[in-house]
Ligand binder design. Structure first.
Ligand code: 13P
Length: 287
C-alpha cells in the first residue's frame, strides 16, 4: 500500500538521515527502484514529474502500475508515490488519481499566491492523509522544459510557507537540476542554516541530488535535509549501460534484441545507482 511520506521523513529528520526520492519514467524505472529499496530495506519515494506522468499515459496508469508492482514484487518497505514539481491543477489530478504525496511548486509565483494555493492544498492533503511538499526559491537547471537559475530562498518566506502546515519544504540553496556546470560554486550552507533556524522541525528537501559531492550531501543532512531528490543520475546510468550493450553488438547476438534483454543492463545500472544513494543518504535498514 502506498503511504504518505510524513512518517518516513519525521523518522529521517530525527535519525539524521535522508530518504531518497527517485524519479520514475516507466515500468523499468519503477521496478528497479522498488527492488533496490526492498533489497536495502529502505523507505523510498517515487517521484513523478508532470511530463513523466503524461509520458506514462497519465496519473491513473502510474498509480495502477506502482500499486501492482508493490503487490506482485512483495514490496514491504514504505513507498510513497509523489508528484514532483506539480502545478496546482496537476496536484488536484494526482490527489484524485490516488497518489500518496504531492509537491506544489509555487516558487515562480508571487509569495502571496504561493501561500494562497499552498494553504488550499494543506487542507485537502490533511483530509486525505497525504503529504505535501512546498517550494520556495526556484531550483535552477532544466526540468521538463522549465528552466530556472539556482536561487537561494528567502528564509523569511520559507518560514511563512512552513507555518502553513506543509509536510516538507524544498528551499533553493544554490542547487540545480541536471548536471552541475564546472563553475558551480556549491550548496549555500549559510542559506540552509538560516532556513533551518526559522523553520524549526520542518523536514527540508534537497532537489538536484545528481552530482552533489558526498561531503556536501552529508553536511546538508546534518543541517536538516531529510529528503533528497535524484533523477538525472539514474537516467545517465541507464543510458551508459544501454550504450555499452548496443555498442558491443549484444543486441545482434541471438535474441539480444528482445526488450527484456536489451533493457536489463540499464535496469541493473539504475538499481546500482539507487543502492549507492540509499547508502550515502543513510536510509538503509530504516524501513
Ligand atoms: P536531478 O535530476 O538533478 O537529480 O534532480 C532531481 C530533482 O530534484 C527532481 O525534483
Amino acid at each position: 500500500m502506498l503511504v504518505s511520506a510524513k512518517e518516513m521523513l519525521i523518522k529521517a529528520r530525527d535519525g539524521k538521515y535522508a530518504v531518497g526520492q527517485f524519479n520514475i519514467n516507466n515500468l523499468e524505472w519503477s521496478k528497479s527502484i522498488l527492488q533496490a529499496a526492498q533489497e536495502m530495506n529502505s523507505p523510498v519515494i517515487l517521484g513523478v514529474s508532470e511530463g513523466a506522468g503524461k509520458y506514462m499515459g497519465g496519473y491513473h496508469t502510474v498509480v495502477g502500475m506502482v500499486e501492482g508492482l508493490l503487490k506482485d514484487l512483495n514490496i514491504t518497505v514504505p513507498v510513497s508515490l509523489h508528484l514532483d514539481h506539480g502545478s496546482y491543477e496537476g496536484c488536484l489530478k494526482c490527489i484524485e488519481a490516488g497518489f500518496s504525496s504531492i509537491m506544489f511548486d509555487g516558487s515562480s509565483l508571487p509569495i502571496e499566491e504561493n501561500i494562497d494555493k499552498t494553504t488550499k492544498l494543506v487542507e485537502t492533503c490533511k483530509e486525505k492523509g497525504m503529504s505535501l511538499e512546498a517550494e520556495v526559491g526556484a531550483i535552477g537547471g532544466e526540468e521538463d522544459g522549465v528552466i530556472g537559475n539556482g536561487e537561494c530562498a528567502d528564509p523569511q518566506e520559507c518560514k511563512l510557507i512552513a507555518d502553513l502546515g506543509v509536510t516538507m519544504l524544498a528551499a533553493g540553496i544554490g542547487n540545480i537540476h541536471g548536471k552541475y556546470p564546472a563553475n558551480w560554486t556549491g550548496l549555500s550552507f549559510e542559506t540552509l542554516e538560516a532556513v533551518k533556524g526559522l523553520t524549526g522541525t520542518m523536514p527540508l528537501v534537497l532537489h538536484g541530488g545528481t552530482g552533489i559531492p558526498s561531503e556536501m550531501i552529508r553536511k546538508a543532512i546534518s543541517l536538516g535535509v531529510a529528503k533528497i531528490n535524484v533523477n538525472t543520475e539514474c537516467q545517465l546510468s541507464f543510458a551508459a549501460a544501454t550504450r555499452t550493450y548496443i555498442e558491443s553488438g549484444k543486441d545482434l547476438e541471438g535474441k539480444g534484441y528482445d526488450p527484456r534483454k536489451l533493457l536489463t543492463p540499464g535496469c541493473l545500472a539504475i538499481k546500482a545507482t539507487v543502492k549507492e544513494k540509499i547508502e550515502l543518504f543513510g536510509s538503509a535498514d530504516r524501513a
